[in-house]
Design a protein around this ligand. Structure first.
Ligand code: ADP
Length: 290
């Protein structure tokens, strides 16, 4: 599945994308995370992006598009992907459309996560990210459980607040969302791709709504594990036969009986049965010379 998650800052795109990754076995592509990683590495791209990010403005389209083009060229995206935080304006949406057309991998759905603006501010102010495993928590609604350990370090999560999660920057990010990103709702509605979900309430409930909107039981697609092993360079393991294939290869009692009945019916039709039906016997007697 190729999905875009659309929504204001704090609407839960990242959290829900992480849950989709676990259930659907397809990668999350978050331009925010990619940009933050570039800033942390101190790369040229990060240096160019930093100022816009700290001011809550959009990073230059050319930078973001270059990053996305590169990411969509990686093999793990062939099974599908979840775009989180991209596209963020009409120019990016048009560019994405052209890129996916060239790859012959059009989008399947765009899900808009709807949250009231007061709730958005509350969520952003409580948001903390584990610096080691990257998991996102909210100190008001979903703080780490007592004694919970980070899977990367086996120590308590190292919770940090994003530098752009302060009041002034949040206000600017919400303005940018309204002015530049919101128009994408109509863009995708016109293409018949838009699904809107209420993203308030418990995180699990929002995940259920998201699954319903995608019309998909959120389990790994058939063969996903085998393909993932293959991509990782492992030798393909032998196929466990499906129930249908197993029945064909070694038919059970009832399958054998059904085939025997069908064979007999065909033989009777051709007049070859050893134990012919009464009607066939009558026909044969009639035709016999006295
Ligand atoms: P949020 O959705 O919570 O605002 P993100 O992590 O998606 O946070 O993005 C953080 C910042 O990174 C944005 O405020 C913006 O400066 C930059 N950014 C992320 N994605 C894009 C994008 N597609 N185009 C331009 N800038 C982006």
């Amino acid at each position: 599945m190729r999905i875009v998650l659309l929504g204001a800052p704090g609407s839960g795109k990242g959290t829900q994308a992480q849950r989709l990754v676990e259930r659907a076995g397809i990668p999350q592509i978050s331009t925010g995370d990619l940009l933050r990683a570039a800033v942390a590495r101190g790369s040229e791209l990060g240096r160019q992006a930093r100022e816009a990010m700290e001011g809550g403005r959009l990073v230059d389209d050319a930078l973001v598009l270059g990053m996305i083009r590169e990411r969509l060229g990686e093999p793990d995206t062939r099974r599908g992907f979840i775009l989180d935080g991209f596209p963020r304006n009409l120019a990016q949406a048009h560019a994405l459309e052209r890129m996916l057309e060239a790859l012959q991998q059009p989008l399947d759905a765009v899900v808009q996560l709807e949250v009231d603006s007061r709730e958005l501010v509350r969520r952003i102010s409580g948001r903390r990210t584990c610096a080691d495993c990257g998991r996102v928590f909210n100190m008001l609604t979903s703080a780490p459980a007592a004694g919970e350990l980070c899977p990367k370090t086996a120590a308590p999560h190292r919770l940090t607040q994003r530098p752009d999660d302060n009041e002034a920057t949040v206000a600017e990010r919400l303005r940018v969302y309204d002015g530049k990103t919101r128009p994408l709702i109509d863009f995708y509605r016109a293409r018949g791709l838009l699904r809107v979900i209420d993203a308030e309430g418990h995180v699990d409930e929002v995940t259920r709504r998201l699954a319903r909107a995608l019309g998909a039981p959120l389990r790994a697609p058939r063969g996903a594990k085998r393909r993932a092993r293959k991509d990782a360079g492992a030798r393909p393991t032998h196929h466990k036969p499906t129930r249908k294939r197993a029945a064909r290869q070694s038919p059970g009692k009832s399958a054998r009986r059904k085939r025997a009945v069908a064979r007999k019916a065909r033989a009777v039709g051709r007049g070859k049965s050893r134990r012919a039906t009464p009607a066939a016997r009558r026909g044969r007697l009639k035709g016999r010379p006295r």
